[in-house]
Design a protein around this ligand. Sequence first.
Ligand code: ADP
Ligand code: MG
Length: 699
Amino acid sequence: MGELKNDIQFLPGVGPKRAALIKRELGINTLDELLHFYPFRYIDRSTIVPISSISPDVAYVQIKARVVSRNLINIKHLSVIVDDGTGTLELVFFKGVKWTWERLEPGREFIFFGKPQLFNGKLNIVHPEVDAPQDGPLSKGVLTGVYPSTEKLKSGGITGKVMCKLQSSALALCLQEIGETLPEPIIRTHGLCPLPYAIKNIHFPDDMRALELATRRLKFEELFFLQLSLLKQRYVRSSAENGIPMPRVGAAFHACYNALPYALTGAQQRVIKEIRADLSSGHQMNRLLQGDVGSGKTMVAVLSCLIAVGNGYQACIMAPTEVLAQQHFANIQKYLAPTGVSCALLTGSTSRKDRRPLLAGLASGTLDIIVGTHALIEDTVQYHALGLAVIDEQHRFGVDQRASLWNKGKGSVPPHILVMTATPIPRTLAMTLYGDLDVSVIDEMPPGRKPVQTMLIGENRLPAMYRFIREQIALGRQAFVVYPMIFINEKMEDVSNVEQGYEDILRAFPLEEGYKVAIVHGQQNTETKAFNMQAFVEGRANILVSTTVIEVGVDVPNASVMVIMSAQRFGLSQLHQLRGRVGRGAEKSYCILVRDPKTGAEALRRLELMCSTEDGFEIAEQDMKMRGPGDLEGTQQSGLPVTLNIASLAKDGLLLEEARHCAQGVLDKDPGLEQPQNASLVRELRKDKYNIKDYSNIS
Ligand code: ADP
Ligand code: MG
């Protein structure tokens, strides 16, 4: 007993040197960790294929063939020709040449196993495994696991075969000791196999069915504990009596509401009600507001802030970029005009002179609402009584930044938090990324939004596109032309691309003919950026050439054309965001995706999907399926709360829902996980791998 916690160096065939290598390369220290290091695929060694059927695109093949000839090309290169009656194949050896030459006598038959590849137009296998037919692997079990590996591991002697051996020794030592982590009723209800069976069969499956059972059990396990941990956090948070009570709606809310030039959509009304209920509940609100571009999230944010103000608190709205913060500020001021509520803008470029009275106003409480960038969470910014923090476009902020807002509350009571995102996040991912948040969705667009016609063109059709834009400009419309943002390093944006594009556009739309073209990119100083942006917003410029600095939020209802250059370089969600910049006015709008000549098939498929749907959630789902959640836009910055070992958010959505539902059921019956049958859950949750950052403890 107690083997599971033992260091891997004591496993037969490991020792301190190899243990250090495995620790460095795979982060595996104990036998327990080793046993939770799973194969990422399996090789079926139950079948022998004829040589004539081999193609270079199969990963591994096993053949049974007779040696025809062996040819020692030099002392480090042996070529062997084998024949199985259906055809011949070359086998190549660069190591163990002498030994192999002696063993592979012409006329003798062997089982060879390896990866076929095309070399100089001919198939061969380099370094196949060689077994005599009688003691061949056929008797050893049919599915062999292949483990993730690195060059350093292989050259340090930890080959695939060695890894299998280590797993086998670890299993022999520990299998008895592996206990059940899930209560019996859960195992029964969800048709799961026992954990020891799963661990044994994930490494050495008895057959395909056993492997499926093992995989499902381990995926469920992983997703279940992840969800249990997230939901428990949420439970702890919502049951704690530490939210600022905001029982009133207040006069400012009504003044703003009554002066609105339009009626709120049903979805906006519903979400505001949800937020109202949170704010008056006495618990802290932690709500994610999802809504497609143009769905009217700003209004919801403003009305929420006014509830805070109506209860004697301050509110802040934080945007990811300077341009966006400015635009929010301008919009919000309009909405606030009838209310008499004070509002100011604070960004990194606010001068020291302007900053002083502003900080004083925040500290004394004379300033009600502050709009800004990351500058809002700097240490020097002290609030008199911050009651609500709205974070726009959450995916651009790290989770740590979200947490730092918690410290800005009054005393030990954190402000309410409303996170808004326009990136439609697939349900499965939202459940994990934001598993600790309540989610509201604005799933209805304000009336009058026209569909955007999307087309994909090659560069050869640029002249036609220019003609089309001229027609639109003649109708009084404006156009965006967006270039991908390319970085030299983390901070420096390479703007040669967009500057070159600017010159092309200037040539096609010359000033002499009355065209005005503005350019915005990340290398400009704030004033230039704001000036050029403003020229476009106010309609003085016909065309705005830019990088994705305009990606989110910028509102120019008169713009009817969105051109996206080198569109294949953008992620789908990002393209969707950009397209959402048009179609906001009453006119018909267009999105033109321009692809580079060398666009690959995969990228083309993505661009064609863009042309076929405007549904942000469908696009997000597809994006995740095509690229995997790790690559999903924005998620890299905020990061998954934990790394998944075997389950996949993209592929195991149904199982994730099942696991979440199950975890919720457990917590509904036993919120504190205090009942004896849940003791194993508590033990398991304490493990590091489920140690999700818990922001409910930060105050
Ligand atoms: P987003 O969700 O992308 O932040 P905005 O809040 O910027 O969307 O709203 C997009 C546009 O729709 C703005 O011009 C806003 O004034 C307008 N809008 C918002 N709500 C409504 C509504 N209920 N009816 C009509 N227009 C609305
Ligand atoms: Mg917005």
